[in-house]
Ligand binder design. Sequence first.
Ligand code: GDP
Ligand code: MN
Length: 380
Amino acid sequence: MKIHEYQAKSLFSSYGIPVEQHILCHSEEEALAAYTELDMEKVMIKAQVLAGGRGKAGGVKLAKSADDVMNYTSSMLQMKIKDLPVTRVLVSEAVNIETEFYLSFSIDRKNKSVIMMLSSEGGVEIEEVAKYTPENIYKVNIDPFIGMPDYIARRIAFFLFDDMDLVNQMVQILQNMYQLMIDKDASLVEINPLVLTEEGNLIALDAKMSFDDSALYRQEDICFFSEPTEEEEMELHAKAKGFSYVHLTGDIGCMVNGAGLAMATMDLIKLNEGCPANFLDIGGSSNPKKITEAMKLLLEDDRLKVILVNIFGGITRCDDVANGLLKAYELLHADIPVVVRLTGTNEEEGRALLRSSNFLVTDTMGEAVRAAVNLSIKAG
Ligand code: GDP
Ligand code: MN
């Protein structure tokens, strides 16, 4: 889960990581009031979206007058950055930058630890630095049992500074950031740029944080920041019902039992030049109620041209699945074709139940997928 810059900055502040003065605004009027409240000639207007690269997209502007504040806020609030509408901006103190650095903590899966990355090339995309001048990125793996004691934080700080005042400021930032990462189960805490101001202070001028979704159950205050997109909303809804669901871009709705079979189904659809609308693993049980719920979930998606049900009966009994499908059909009045492939335990019984229904029942997976792709093309 990602959060906005202003949300990350509120966490930074509560962990003693210095940020510039800023006020969150939802309208031009609010931005103007914020400009008056900050009482500075120059302010920055920063679009708040859950996507990177907003500076390049025109989402960061220096305003030197009330008119500028109005104009920039107004145009940003009509803007989309990477397809995401901008609904809020930060009006913040314009900082006098001496130097820009990059600093982040993320998860290094290979080394099973948190990794700190620091670079004197801040403000630009770190991927570019990694590609062209990797020697300018200083990396330190943080041992989870040692954490970030003074001696390690100092060693890192000396990579950038000789001046003891700056070293001390940097040590505080490193220790607080690491603590924030651990306390909140973050998967990324990034400051780009971390700036040294002309006045000699280190400030986090931008703030990016992501969190481990699997840990959100114990992070109430972080969940509070959550703003799921429509697609994520659907995925959460499915998860609450015990399904594993991933939203995809196509028009063939899939209902499969088992993640492996679901993946194989996606592959076979693609191989036949169709496009799945989702990955849906309904799991092992063949409770007819579950089938109805899954069907309901699929039918909420109005992009679907056809539904493909691919079931391998192991513990799952095909006759149970068939009964669930019939019940779902009765309840939901689906008006799109449904192709069913049932094989395994009680397959004969299952197929017999469906024979007199409106479902298109096939014997093999290949047949089912081809039929579904053809129907999707015909409807397309
Ligand atoms: P991003 O594009 O989403 O990463 O937006 P940032 O908030 O990181 O801003 C992009 C760039 O704008 C920074 O690297 C700075 O060079 C510049 N910038 C942002 N805030 C200020 C500021 O207060 N003063 C000055 N002089 N430049 C700023
Ligand atoms: Mn940035």
